[in-house]
Design a protein around this ligand. Structure first.
Ligand code: SF4
Length: 478
């Protein structure tokens, strides 16, 4: 029986989110329709991530639930993709024989062919090779097809990592650093622009290590070239490594207005001793120097970061150093996690593991400190006029507030704005007349249609209030 429907469950980071969207587009092109849950799907793909604690165990417990569905529908095809697939390989099929396809992050472009092959032969598919350039080339062609009414999109320019931080599995699961060609990236950006995208985030595990494999130019050159494209209004890149923040990349924040004044630059710890144990290849002083040079060329720049708390051998003094760094930088936002060992990484074998209760207490303190700075940063926007890019909500995130539109600030803060009076009242009266004529032929509500006129629009908003995670403001007439 030919499968007709599919469901993809995404775990983890933006790179995975990007891959899941591409897999969905590929399956749609192959004639399958997306459904909202695994129990209605003929094909289920778990796109896994190895970053979070006990990632593999979570996948096995999800597979346990899928086993019950497969008992009811034996023709269901189950695939495990992503970093856990790459790391566990055959072990997945040994522990969960219901799995029919196991494939790593670099082979997602072959998903329709893998599915056909499985249907034809009934043999388990195992694809754990690393053909990154093939992935880039194959996925560029179908980029426009999954864009609906969103104004922002990711564009992968780089995969893999050569840094080998001692806590991380990415160099083993995503392979070595591979950069995509400059001309292909620009062509893909043009395609996105033509499909209505005006805000592009360049994506890569070590995005600022990007270097065109043909010309050898770096990320600063690419950003300047993309900024030349009419219709592209906002550029960002993530995730960066401090070691690859070169002079030209710092300078581009000063000379490229379309590059947003917001940089995610993970540091992980405020202690040089811990940074060394992590093999981060940079010091705290180096990080602070980057920050100062960025602020010199772009005074309104804000930083976000990642922290790992309770790395093996982290002492009270190391932890205090992290708190001091947080206060010194005043991050606009940051992600923080308790250290958890990843099998096969050097840090997992370290003898001086920090007890769980100590890690939990330190994490609580760090998160309180980070929340304080985030709140302060948000409050500092009150009274400022920020350009807000309005966007349709992602699937499943319909707004609770009908007379409200939402967008993103240059710092990625969600900003909520009440409908301009005129539009709201017009909306109401049109709604009434529509009800009178009982015209039910349109599926889209007027509220949604009125809102959709704003999607993709970048407009000035006076910020009037700030919360922990979002801002509220008033649309200004230009
Ligand atoms: S830089 Fe370190 S943390 Fe980031 S992907 Fe590479 S090894 Fe992992």
């Amino acid at each position: 029986m030919k499968p007709e429907t599919f469901y993809i469950k995404n775990y983890g980071c933006q790179m995975n989110f990007y891959d899941s969207e591409r897999m969905g587009a590929l399956l749609q092109e192959h004639g399958l329709a997306e459904v909202a849950s695994a129990d209605a799907a003929d094909v289920v793909v778990l796109n896994t991530c190895h970053i979070r604690e006990k990632a593999a165990e979570k996948i096995y417990s999800d597979l346990g639930r899928l086993r019950r569905l497969k008992e009811k529908s034996p023709a269901m095809v189950i695939g495990v993709a992503g970093c856990v697939a790459q790391a566990e390989g055959q072990e997945i099929v040994r522990r969960a024989p219901i799995v029919n396809m196991v494939f790593g992050p670099q082979t997602i472009q072959d998903l329709p062919a893998m599915l056909d092959k499985y249907q034809e032969t009934g043999e388990t598919i195992m694809r754990l090779d690393f053909p990154a350039q093939e992935k880039f080339a194959a996925l560029a062609a179908q980029n426009k097809k999954f864009i609906t009414r969103r104004a922002a999109a990711y564009l992968t320019i780089q995969e893999g990592c050569d840094k080998f931080c001692t806590f991380c599995v990415v160099p083993y699961t995503r392979g070595q650093e591979v950069s995509r060609r400059r001309d292909e990236i620009i062509a893909e950006a043009q395609g996105l622009r033509d499909a209505g995208i005006c805000d592009i985030t360049l994506l890569g595990q070590n995005v600022n290590a990007w270097q065109c494999p043909i010309s050898g130019v770096g990320l600063a050159d690419l950003l300047r070239a993309l900024a030349q494209l009419d219709g592209i209004e906002r550029l960002r890149f993530t995730t960066s490594h401090p070691r690859d923040m070169n002079d030209d990349l710092i300078a581009v924040f000063g000379d490229c207005e379309k590059l947003m004044p917001y940089l995610h630059l993970p540091i992980q710890s405020g202690s040089d001793r811990i940074l060394q144990a992590m093999n981060r290849q940079h010091s705290v002083a180096h990080y602070l120097d980057i920050m100062q040079r960025l602020r010199a060329v772009r005074p309104d720049i804000a930083l976000s970061s990642d922290f790992i708390i309770g790395f093996p051998s982290e002492s009270d003094a190391d932890f205090e150093a992290t708190l001091s760094l947080i206060d010194e930088v005043g991050f606009a936002q940051a992600f923080s996690f308790k250290y958890s060992p990843r099998p096969g990484t050097p840090a997992a074998a370290h003898e001086a593991q920090v007890p769980e209760d100590v890690k939990a207490a330190r994490l609580g303190e760090v998160q309180k400190r980070l929340a304080h700075h985030q709140r302060r940063f948000n409050e500092a926007q009150i009274g400022r006029v920020l350009p807000i890019l309005f966007e349709a909500e992602h699937k499943g995130a319909a707004s609770k507030h009908k007379n409200q539109i939402s967008g993103r600030s240059p710092y990625l803060q969600p900003v909520h704005v009440a409908f301009p009076e005129d539009d709201a009242s017009k909306n109401k009266s049109e709604n009434k007349s529509e009800n009178k004529s009982e015209n039910k032929s349109e599926n889209t509500s007027l509220d949604e249609r009125t809102k959709s006129a704003f999607y993709g629009l970048c407009a000035p908003v006076l910020i009037e209030a700030a919360g922990d995670f979002s801002l509220r403001g008033r649309l200004l007439n230009e």
